[in-house]
Write a protein that binds this ligand. Structure first.
Ligand code: NIG
Ligand code: FE
Length: 413
């Protein structure tokens, strides 16, 4: 049976012709239909338009008077498969240590890796599925999930198998990224090359053989992995068809953006430190820049210079970076608010960045990210609100009444 949503106050992000992403000035245009209807059939958007033309059909009817409808958020950068939390380090940072100080004394990513290695696959799945259900309730209808807290062959494969199981058990789009080169593990202290070789010779072939990842990632950063290491890993991934989506320019700009563009990365993420040459090299490429404002908020580091990038003509996507160390939050609504408040993005730019551009940044723009006939009916229905600008404005509150994935309402305890 079809579902007909009637009297939608405003239907947002309507794209009659499918698009891949929006850049520059186009980011400030968010097409909508006021007083609209939308029909869902077999999990897909089959029709929509103005209430003046609403057809008489046999369907389950949902009256959306006073409410807005928009496509669900596409969170193209997360690490939601992890074990335990790091509240201890949170307090250490309040007391004056920096993120880098904590990593240097063996905390940070290595702390999470130790916990994950000691956690059974079943327990890891349980913790992860709770985070997934949490973010779906917050309006996320497509998510990319990375490995990178295993740092051994077994533990990395364990993480990727958990992602695969989430994919099998939940209706939203999930993409998996292999991030074995997230940090150099203790066992390879002072032998970074040895660790990279192990990843290249033993882990990447297995990941590819078992079809456990779509993308490949590396933490290209001073004190972690160099540009040279990055090119080595991206080259190895390329041989197995793994497309790059990489961590660059979080604390220092060392040429990671250039390496990403050179290897046709689907996205380059973080970008808190951007030089003019980093902006320039991204122009007119297929590589999507991705900003993670909740990470800047939590670590008190600079925000990605969105204004400068968009004004230069670039596209931009927004994602959460949900992880235990730098962003223990998967709330895309907070990301959008923070992008408007701290990065001076308009609500139109932020919504485009969190829907169609986010979809592109994880390779699902043909399936989701806009209100387009034939795309999945992954929909947010808001509470009664005056305008879509109220969503970023009323930061920290939840304006979402219902979330639908493939036309079905998602409800979790
Ligand atoms: O994207 N920067 C690298 N990786 C994560 C944080 C890792 C951690 O602290 O656990 C990030 O911010
Ligand atoms: Fe990250």
């Amino acid at each position: 049976m079809a579902t007909l949503f009637k009297n939608i106050k405003e239907l947002i992000q309507v794209r009659n012709e499918p698009i891949s992403f929006v850049s520059g000035k186009e980011m400030n245009r968010l097409p909508t239909i006021k007083d609209a209807y939308l029909i869902v059939e077999n999990g897909l958007i089959s029709d929509f338009g103005s209430m003046d033309n609403c057809p008489e059909i046999k369907a389950d009817i949902i009256d959306a008077t006073g409410k807005m409808m928009l496509p669900t958020w596409c969170d193209s950068h997360t690490h939601i498969v992890y074990a335990g939390n790091r509240e201890g380090e949170f307090v250490d940072r309040i007391n004056g240590l920096s993120y880098e100080d904590i990593a240097k004394r063996g905390g940070g990513i290595l702390n999470s890796a130790k916990k994950l290695q000691e956690t059974s696959e079943e327990a890891l799945y349980e913790q992860s599925r709770m985070r997934l259900e949490e973010i779906m309730q917050l309006g996320t209808g497509a998510v990319e999930i990375k490995s990178g807290y295993g740092l051994t062959k077994d533990a990395e494969l364990k993480m990727l198998r958990v992602i695969k199981r989430l994919k099998e058990n939940y209706p939203l789009e999930i993409k998996a990224t292999f991030l074995g080169a997230h940090a150099v593990p203790k066992a390879y202290e002072n032998n970074k090359k040895g660790y990279l070789n192990m990843l290249i010779d033993e882990v990447i072939p297995k990941v590819a053989q078992e079809n456990l990842a779509d993308y490949i990632d590396i933490f290209c950063e001073t004190g972690y992995f160099s540009v040279e290491d990055t090119e080595l890993i991206l080259e190895a991934g390329r041989a197995y068809g793994l497309v790059p989506k990489i961590h660059v320019n979080q604390f220092t700009a060392i040429g990671g953006v250039q390496a990403g563009v050179k290897f046709n990365a689907l996205s380059v993420d973080h970008l808190e430190e951007m030089r003019d040459e980093d902006i320039k090299v991204l122009l007119n490429t297929g590589t999507m820049p991705v900003a993670l404002p909740s990470c800047s908020y939590f670590l008190s580091i600079p925000y990605t210079p969105a204004r400068k990038m968009i004004d230069a003509g670039l596209p931009l996507a927004l994602a959460t970076d949900y992880n235990p160390g730098s962003t223990p939050s998967g709330n895309m609504n907070f990301v959008i608010s923070t992008a408007c408040i701290k990065m001076k993005m308009t609500p139109e730019e932020a919504i485009n960045a969190a829907t169609i551009n986010g979809a592109y940044a994880m390779g699902v723009e043909k399936e989701v990210g806009s209100i387009t006939k034939g795309k999945y009916a992954n929909l947010i229905l808001t509470k009664p609100i005056n305008s879509y600008g109220f969503m970023p404005y009323a930061f920290g509150a939840n304006q979402i009444e219902k979330v639908f994935i493939k036309g079905k309402e998602m409800k979790y305890e």
